[in-house]
Design a protein around this ligand. Structure first.
Ligand code: AHG
Ligand code: MN
Ligand code: MN
Length: 408
């Protein structure tokens, strides 16, 4: 039997990497772009002309090395691998999975915020005296529910709650999770980037909730606060999820920074960047310059210096979203510096040490960058209260060090 040209696809339309397998009556054919060798072969009792790839040894080697484009690493399989390698235990794997689930849910809420009538304020102010957005409240609930349902979290502390809460479900676990459920929420109604930030601390026997114990809840609360107030140096894992044109989940377990992109087609985070390294320097600065007049003179000098074109004729570029997650993510990938300084009105700046500054500093250090309050390393700061604010300067090592010199 001979294959007619009318039923045979032209080989030129096929890429090398795609072998197209198609059926013609009872006979199967392989087409490739490479030179074709015709040979006779027996197939189901009929003589057919088969087109086969002419194999050079180099092409063969390439073929054996080539990874299938359909082999994707999901966050779930990546976490299991970390567990197999002994980097995390099974409990932490479950906590991280439940956080990723919360982030997927929040991503979906963020995308449908206008449709679901979730824009606008909730009508209450949070513990920081800020207006809570409806989505702040919902996201906090989503995060808390996922962590409680994981059965592996002992204490949760949220930016949106007055005090850390001990998980009282009968299947509670040990890990302490601190989180900012929705960061940059002032951007929500305009559909601009937002995110969630989290940090996970090691189990601490002093704060395990013993349900048989006769201690009052107030005492338990006290113990939880003490246990949540750990320096960033004790962080076991930290990450964030950015809700933007892509939904990106960035995670460190203390052995590098990994990034996963949500594939909306099948609802899984897919590993897209391994061992992210922040550039050593970068020419982007990200500060809310509306506060310029309220800043310290030394900081003003630093900012003026960034704007000076100098001998190169090119000043730094300014980029500011007003969403720490978005501004940080860009800084991580492109380099530069993000800052939220103290000012005359806010003596400690605006950002919270536990939920924002420490997790981001852990991530940036794992990527080779630096997180500082202007004088010292953020991860060395011992929190004295759970909602403590600190100035934050974070990004490329050389840029943060330059700023520290200006402030010294
Ligand atoms: P949140 O929405 O969790 O309260 O955090 C907002 C933070 C941070 O995301 C952002 O970098 C900063 O506030 C923006 O503050 P300004 O509007 O003062 O610039
Ligand atoms: Mn925030
Ligand atoms: Mn928030």
């Amino acid at each position: 039997m001979t294959v007619s040209t009318a039923t045979t696809p032209t080989t030129s339309s096929l890429s090398f990497s795609h072998l197209s397998f198609f059926q013609h009556k009872k006979t199967s054919f392989l087409c490739t772009k490479n030179s074709i060798v015709k040979r006779k072969c027996e197939h189901r009792g009929v003589h057919v002309k088969c087109m086969v790839l002419e194999k050079s040894s180099a092409a063969e080697a390439k073929k054996t090395k080539r990874q299938s484009v359909y082999k994707l690493q999901t966050l779930t399989s990546w976490l299991l691998k970390q567990e197999q390698d002994g980097i995390i235990d099974a409990e932490l794997t479950i906590v991280l999975s439940s956080i990723s689930m919360a982030c997927k849910q929040i991503a979906s809420l963020v995308q449908r915020v206008g449709i679901s009538k979730l824009t606008g304020v909730h009508g209450a102010v949070n513990t920081h005296g800020e207006d809570q957005k409806k989505l702040d409240v919902v996201s906090n609930e989503v995060f808390s529910n996922c962590l409680r349902a994981s059965g592996r979290t002992g204490i949760i502390a949220s930016e949106e709650e007055d005090v850390p809460v001990a998980v009282e479900e009968s299947y509670y676990g040990n890990y302490i999770v601190v989180f900012d459920p929705l960061d940059g929420s002032s951007n929500i109604d305009a559909a601009v980037s937002t995110g969630s930030i989290f940090g996970i601390y090691t189990p601490n026997d002093d704060c395990l909730l013993d349900l048989e114990d006769s201690t009052t809840l107030d005492t338990v609360e006290q113990r939880c606060i003490v246990n949540v107030c750990q320096p960033g140096n004790n962080l076991l894992a930290a990450g964030y999820c950015m809700y933007s044109s892509s939904v990106i989940f960035v995670l460190t377990l203390g052995n590098g920074v990994f990034s996963f992109t949500l594939d909306p087609m099948f609802g899984e985070f897919i590993l897209t960047q391994e061992n992210i390294q922040i550039p050593k320097a970068g020419n982007i600065y990200s500060f809310n310059e509306g506060n310029y007049q309220l800043w310290d003179d030394r900081l003003k000098k630093y900012i003026d210096h960034l704007k000076d074109p100098g001998p190169s004729g090119k000043p730094y570029s300014a980029r500011y979203i007003g969403s720490l997650v978005g501004d940080f993510h860009r800084t991580l990938l492109y380099g530069g510096i993000y800052g939220y300084p103290r000012n005359k009105k806010s003596r400690n700046g605006k950002l919270r040490l536990l939920y924002e500054c420490a997790p981001m500093s852990f991530i940036v250090e794992q990527a080779g960058g630096k997180g500082s309050d202007g004088q010292q390393r953020i991860l060395d700061l011992q929190p004295v209260e759970i909602h403590q604010r600190v100035p934050l300067y974070i990004g490329s090592r050389e840029e943060v060090e330059k700023l520290e010199k200006y402030l010294s």
